[in-house]
Design a protein around this ligand. Structure first.
Ligand code: AMP
Ligand code: GLY
Length: 423
């Protein structure tokens, strides 16, 4: 098969690395990709939101399968664009329809969906600008902390956990006043859940589903989970506290009703559902849905997945996921993300990267990285690379990733050394 993968982060490098191993993959193109994906296939300089450009590429290269890494093209309707075009509709698209992607693209949509199908989540109300006074009164009566969420995609910045009422009301006004543009035209106000978070990934055809290894990511910039939120500083899989009993509850109370809800609503959904979950007093609740794999979770989930990923995508497209059995590596995997100095605030790009040749026993997934014409690798983003290792347990895997992270150098390099150590 000729496969086109879109995206350019560490997640996409891991997807490209995994699909390249498939017997079914004859050619792999990545748009636009990065220096890591270039080693797995051919990078093509087309942006993920340039649907016309992707169409021309898909036709020219006789693409059989489109795999969508990030959420933006899904929320913009890339599935619908391909399926509504007679020249493209034969192509397998891994990712939900625009309607399905609203599970990630609209927090209000996701909350209403969970409520309709009885899926455990924090109690909430949603408000638009016309309901400003009602919302302020609701917040005044709400217990603290209170969680405010801009309805739409806000580049990971749209969630605020407020510990005092004045601050919550001020932020609520700012959101409805346009702080996040259109994304904040509606605001979800919800109950704060106190517990420990973890992530579960299912591949679904909208009726049946297959469960991938679970993971836990670390979003804060500082060790001990302190400081600003980031896209993700590291991840582990498996997650020690996710035992069979908790996973059974996740399956019966969350995954099954979600897939039943997708079917009941008649939503076209052929792709990943990423369940952002929290365990509160032993019970799982949904914090959020995403319509794609996580980054950096993918950099530990795919190294542990032993199935052929392209075969799984074909089974999904043919409605045969029930026949699939997922097997995962018994070893633990830990990934440590190396970031540019200053991230997640202002940082510089273009710093030469060295030392990769000294890495031993870990895999390096490129994220914000590019190669100069002479082959010199340069930093090209906040999250620069993810260093993944296996170990008998996640501590052993972490130790190896930390050693190898120390062998890589670029000006301003920073990484956390404590990924998973709270578990
Ligand atoms: P989200 O953008 O929905 O992933 O939210 C970002 C982060 O905010 C989550 O990963 C949680 O750590 C936190 N969060 C969101 N909603 C809640 C909630 N209801 N209770 C506690 N923490 C939350
Ligand atoms: N690591 C969290 C995410 O991909 O949304």
């Amino acid at each position: 098969m000729n496969i086109l993968l879109i995206g350019s982060g560490g997640r996409e490098h891991a997807l490209a690395w995994k699909m390249k191993q498939s017997q079914l993959c004859s050619r792999l193109l990545i748009a636009p990709g990065n220096s890591g994906t270039a080693a797995c296939g051919e990078n093509v300089a087309i942006r993920p939101d340039d649907f016309q450009g992707l169409k021309a590429l898909a036709l020219r290269e006789q693409i059989d399968m489109l795999v969508v890494g990030p959420e933006d093209p899904l929320v913009l309707g890339i599935w619908d664009f391909f399926k509504n075009d007679p020249d493209l509709q034969h192509i397998i698209v891994v990712g939900p329809s625009q309607e399905g992607a609203r599970l990630e693209g609209s927090k209000a949509f996701a909350k209403a969906f969970m409520q309709e199908f009885g899926i455990p989540t924090a109690a909430y109300r949603e408000f638009d600008a016309a309901q400003m006074e009602e919302g302020l009164a609701y917040i005044a009566a709400h217990s603290l902390p209170v969680v405010l969420k801009a309805d739409g995609l806000a580049a990971g910045k749209g969630v605020l956990i407020c510990t005092d009422t004045d601050e919550a009301q001020r932020e609520f006004r700012a959101m409805l006043g346009g702080k996040f543009g259109q994304a904040g035209s509606r605001v979800v106000v919800e109950q704060f859940l106190s517990g420990i978070e973890f992530s579960v990934f299912a591949l679904t055809d909208g009726h049946s589903w297959a469960l991938l290894p679970e993971a836990k990511d670390y979003k804060r910039i500082g060790e001990g989970d302190t400081g600003l939120n980031t896209g993700g500083m590291g991840a582990v899989s498996p997650v020690p506290f996710v035992d069979a009993e908790l996973m059974d509850k996740v399956k019966t109370r969350i995954i099954e009703p979600t897939v039943r809800g997708i079917a009941a609503r008649g939503m076209a959904y052929h792709g990943f559902v990423f369940f952002g979950l929290i365990r509160v007093d032993g019970e799982p609740y949904v914090i959020e849905y995403n319509c794609r794999l996580g980054d950096p979770e993918t950099e530990v989930v795919l190294p542990r997945l032993q199935n052929d990923l392209v075969e799984l995508f074909v089974a999904m497209a043919e409605g045969r996921l029930v026949e699939v059995s997922i097997s995962s590596d018994a070893r633990a995997a830990t990934t440590v993300v190396l970031v540019s100095g200053g991230y997640p605030e202002a940082y510089e790009k273009g710093k030469p990267i060295g030392g990769l040749e000294w890495v031993e026993g870990s895999m390096v997934f490129h994220a914000g990285m590019r190669a100069q014409e002479d082959g010199q690798l340069l930093t090209d983003g906040g999250r620069v690379m993810a260093v993944t290792s296996y170990g008998a347990d996640f501590r052993e895997a972490l130790a190896l990733s930390n050693v190898n992270a120390g062998r890589i150098f670029f000006e301003g390099k920073y990484h956390r050394r404590d990924i998973g150590l709270d578990l």
